[in-house]
Ligand binder design. Structure first.
Ligand code: PEP
Ligand code: MN
Length: 348
């Protein structure tokens, strides 16, 4: 349930209502909007809404009918904007996160980071702990990979997002990254989500391979209920009967989730298609459909990548895509990095 306080409420009145709700065994999450304080009330306790409605300073009490509460627009009507340094994720600017699937070596990480920066990306992506379908595939460089990614991100003044697969990795990743990525295979790893609820850094939560939108939002709810309000949702394709693409990218999820939730919605067209030649069209579609950002695999030498080479863009392709997005974003009232660092001709 949501308790909407009156516009001119006193701090005492708010504290009083919170104390009453806590007395009934509820957890209370406060959100201070432009004009009102709103209390999100969750938990397994029982409370009669009419009792709360009678209290001083309360404007109205609403039931949240969705099974997720803190992730819903009913709890928080205005968009969530997440600050990472001077970056604002979920605001007017479409934010592009780009980089290799995996950190492989210093030269590869540095060259790719420089390329995505030049084209206008704001966040470097790259995996150091990799969730691979086969135990015999490259599993990532671990902490050494994190070190390479952090150094390259700093050198290019980029923020860093990287995947956390297990609670045992949170501490080390926290030392290097700005954003925790939770992969599709871990969307329902509830112990991990709960632990990330205690983190003080944003979590980019991929949609599970066969997850419904409701299940995805319930996973976000785990992080939010733990006290971490900074969740970025990322559509990355779901498994369907179609085999022409690696996954089926659900573009319609963007406007649907934007309506149901206040959280920023990103799209990963790389895993969404699995094919380099289909990444740009789907990235364009995602921005046109209202995505707040993109997560894209780019590699300085995709043909020799240790993971996901077939879906990784060449730097020149990424550069062209960014130029196209600079035309699309303003058409729907958004901006995107307007100033590529330098214009140059790429070989491919
Ligand atoms: C990735 O981003 O490299 C990745 C493994 O993504 P997903 O969890 O969506 O498969
Ligand atoms: Mn990948």
């Amino acid at each position: 349930m949501v308790v909407v306080m009156k516009e001119r409420v006193t701090a005492d009145q708010v504290e009083h209502v919170i104390a009453k709700l806590v007395e009934f065994g509820m957890d209370v999450h406060r959100s201070t909007g432009a004009s009102r304080v709103v209390l999100g009330v969750v938990g397994s306790g029982k409370v009669d809404p009419r009792l709360i409605e009678m209290m001083d300073g309360v404007h109205e009490v609403l039931r949240i009918t969705e099974p997720y509460k803190l992730a819903s627009r009913t709890f928080k009507p205005e968009d969530t904007v997440i600050s990472v340094g001077d970056l604002r994720i979920g605001g007017d600017e479409v934010i592009v996160m780009a980089g290799p699937c995996s950190a492989e070596n210093e030269a590869q990480v540095n060259a790719t980071a420089a390329a995505v920066k030049r084209a206008g990306a704001k966040v470097l992506r790259g995996g150091a702990f990799k969730p691979r379908s086969s135990p015999y595939s490259f599993q990532g460089l671990g902490e050494q990979g994190l070190r390479l990614l952090r150094t390259a991100a700093d050198a290019q003044d980029l923020r860093l997002v990287t995947e956390v697969m297990d609670i045992s990795q949170i501490e080390v990743i926290d030392r290097y990254a700005d954003i925790f990525q939770v992969g599709a295979r871990n969307m329902q790893n509830f112990t991990l989500l709960r632990e990330l609820g205690r983190a003080r850094k944003p979590v980019l939560l991929k949609r599970g391979i066969s997850a419904t939108i409701e299940e995805w939002l319930l996973s976000a709810e785990y992080v939010l209920a733990g006290g971490n309000t900074e969740v970025i949702l990322c559509e990355r394709g779901i498994r369907t009967f179609e085999t022409a693409t690696r996954n089926t990218l659900d573009i319609s999820a963007i406007p649907i989730v934007k309506q149901l939730s206040h959280l920023p919605v990103f799209v990963d067209p790389s895993h969404g298609t699995g094919r380099r030649d289909k990444v740009a069209p789907m990235a364009r579609a995602a921005v046109a459909a209202g995505a707040d950002g993109l997560l894209i695999e780019v590699h300085c030498d995709p043909d020799h990548a240790m993971s996901d080479g077939a879906q990784s863009l060449f730097p020149g392709q990424f550069d062209r895509l960014m130029a196209e997005l600079r035309i699309i974003a303003p058409a729907i009232g958004r901006s995107i990095c307007l100033e590529p660092v330098a214009r140059r001709g790429w070989a491919r």
